[in-house]
Ligand binder design. Sequence first.
Ligand SMILES: Nc1ncnc2c1ncn2[C@@H]1O[C@H](COP(=O)(O)OP(=O)(O)OP(=O)(O)O)[C@@H](O)[C@H]1O
Ligand SMILES: [Mg+2]
Length: 237
Amino acid sequence: MQWIPPINLKRYHLEQLLAARGITVDWLNSGETDTFHPANVARYSITEAAKIIPFHFQDAIVDSPDIHTWLTELITQARKEQAARGNPLATVLHGRSLLLLGSTGTGKTHQAYGAIRELAITGVAARWVVTTAADLYGALRPRHGIDSEAEFARYRDARILLIDDLGADRTPTEFVEEVNFRLINHRYEHHLPTLITTNLLRKELAARLGDRVTSRLIEMCQPVVFEGPDRRRGEAA
Ligand SMILES: Nc1ncnc2c1ncn2[C@@H]1O[C@H](COP(=O)(O)OP(=O)(O)OP(=O)(O)O)[C@@H](O)[C@H]1O
Ligand SMILES: [Mg+2]
């Protein structure tokens, strides 16, 4: 963890988020030069989050109570593990996963990136890897000069992983099925927190993802259903 100098709230779209969570700029920019001070961890996390959050979602804020509950559980678990191991830093290592289900434009990806920002400001370290399912398969496709297994390990072992748009392929190939199973099975077995979004309904999961992946997802994830109209159309109207 490196020392991060005081940060500009506007640059990271933090004013509304900090106000909503009762965090002051005085706290965020405190901590002298102690790199393990939660405020420095928060500043570091905010700068890291900004590197992986797409422009469109850079000011996203979570408004789903279920996602807040999930984040609170992760933070509690991280602090427990920190105390048990005597670590100077609270880090998200283990916990439940979350499955955001809903039709197109209901706000799943918005909430997912909001969750990354919400966790960042708490001062608990969370090393996210983010991908869409389609980009994941693209990154893993065997090709010259790429070690697909090393690439796979980056997602498999991510401390906390966002998989956006799982199950989008109408006719998944064997390759896609194998990646899904290996990835979900590993994260299931090791209790690695994973935030997944999908356009599928709960009853469609097994038909699209297979029984074995679906069974694991149901045990490891809390489902959160998004309803309502396509917000993109609302904007256009
Ligand atoms: N809570 C919110 N506040 C403001 N804008 C929102 C909110 N939720 C979603 N939006 C906006 O609505 C649009 C659709 O949201 P988003 O991309 O998250 O939908 P989605 O459920 O991921 O859709 P898809 O299944 O097609 O990927 C985006 O422009 C997003 O920024
Ligand atoms: Mg989306």
